[in-house]
Design a protein around this ligand. Structure first.
Ligand SMILES: [Zn+2]
Length: 268
């Protein structure tokens, strides 16, 4: 089952638990109630939609969205930032660099807004009895970060995971991406909010990881045997995606990984 996510519009919010409000959409958004304040993870690409999301979350949790954490700089996750200029917008230093380099124009007459809480590698929000960890791992893009709340048993992966295809390591280091997937499955979690597609369980991510590791093993094996790109693609087709979503890897991603590991092996 391969799901087409391209035309997916924002749907009705889903309250996953007392303190978790999930907004499935083109790029998923989630708001966590931290007690006297709330945290929003990614803010979407459309200011009108983000305005609605913000007011729905603030009226349900009866507090203000004080924190906005960003998983990576892509516009479908960050374009509504101008709406959150009164919040602590948390992002990795690398994300801010990419966002500034992208030179995007905000919608209508909104001012340009950039993250105002910038971290290297890791940041922890401490708010009443919650601790939220935001960590840059790389993967989908070098600035890709996850947001993990042990209290809510929730992990947001950004685009390091989708429910249609895998593209970790296409614009970044595939080993860093695999390392991030391994870290995800080490967490105590009930909800994995992925960048695009439906909520996943840890078991699903375990199956994705198993599949990715099998593909990596094949590529390394074929590299050692000096097989060419065509042979690697053919062999890749024999390795079947697994799990509920059967998230697959495109041939050109397999070739990107092959080129990456070829270079890495030759340089060591
Ligand atoms: Zn992205």
């Amino acid at each position: 089952m391969v799901k087409n996510l391209k035309n997916k519009k924002t749907q009705q919010p889903i309250q996953l638990s007392q303190d978790i409000l999930y907004f499935p959409g083109h790029a998923n958004i989630v708001v966590l109630n931290l007690g006297s304040k709330s945290l929003m993870i990614d803010c979407g690409r459309n200011i009108t939609e983000a305005t609605k999301i913000r007011s729905e979350a603030e009226s349900l949790f009866k507090n203000k969205i004080e924190y906005v954490a960003l998983t990576h700089f892509h516009g479908d996750h960050t374009h509504s930032l101008p709406l959150f200029s009164d919040c602590q917008i948390i992002a990795s230093n690398q994300l801010v660099k990419f966002l500034k380099a992208a030179k995007r124009k905000p919608e209508r007459n909104f001012p340009l807004v950039f993250p105002n809480v910038v971290f290297e590698e890791k940041y922890v929000i401490k708010e009443s009895d919650s601790e939220i960890i935001i960590k840059q791992t790389g993967g989908h893009t070098p600035d890709s970060s996850y947001v993990y709340s042990p209290k809510h048993k929730l992990l947001a992966t950004g685009d390091n995971i989708r429910s249609d295809f895998l593209w970790g390591g296409r614009h970044s280091d595939p080993d860093k991406w695999i390392f991030a997937l391994k870290e995800y499955v080490s967490f105590d979690i009930n909800y994995i909010i992925i960048g695009h597609g439906e909520i996943m369980k840890k078991e699903e991510v375990n199956l994705i990881l198993e599949y990715v590791l099998e593909v990596k093993k094949m590529i390394i094996d074929f590299l050692e045997k000096n097989k060419n790109e065509k042979e690697i693609i053919l062999k890749g087709k024999e390795i079947k995606p697994r799990g509920e979503f059967e998230v697959f890897i495109h041939d050109d991603t397999i070739i990107k990984w092959y080129k990456f590991w070829k270079k890495k092996i030759r340089s060591t």
